[in-house]
Design a protein around this ligand. Sequence first.
Ligand code: AMP
Length: 212
Amino acid sequence: MKKKQLIFLGAPGSGKGTQAKRLIEEYGYGHISTGDLLRAEVAKGSELGNRLEKIMQAGQLVDDSLVFELLKKNCNLASKIYIFDGFPRNIEQAKVLDKELLSGISYQVLYFDINPNVLVARLVDRRVCAKCGAIFNLKTMPPKKNGICDKCGGDLQHRKDDKEEVIRERMSVFDSTMRPIVDYYQQKKLLLQVDATLSSDAIFSKIIEALK
Ligand code: AMP
């Protein structure tokens, strides 16, 4: 498989993080999640981190320039192939990404398509390992021991923004901003649509097939 930079688009909970993890483990991609970069800033407890936390807990988008600053600091596109996970989040970010970070670099966009009501149910039950980032679901993929990661023994956490009212806000932000991004990449003939209601294994096979 000839690797290209990949952009994963999909609502929170559409399964893009799970697929990204697998591609990283099995095919050696780098991973850039703007959500993770922002959470790392919040964890520092800096003044900036505290401001970010308020925006994120309300399910709103963080300022574009700040997201780009974090991205530039944390990725090296000249030497590594990445999966961009959760980025771009609006059409302006997509255009700046094209102009500033990906100009002259070939890339492909995968869109994880799913009904919003299925998503709310998934996210309310989602638990994420604080140590290794493994993702579980209390109903469909429960850990063997309550609250403990099967892979590394770390603590499983329910993200503060995975509460139902915040999820609804994140979905509405997502709906109003994602359609233009999907159209933008479709026009550029870079978009590959994935049915995100399929099983995780089926989605993975389809992605590998499509990337060949
Ligand atoms: P995620 O982990 O990707 O679901 O992101 C969690 C939260 O971080 C979002 O609800 C936003 O508040 C913020 N965020 C993540 N990525 C971006 C981005 N590219 N632009 C603006 N805000 C973002």
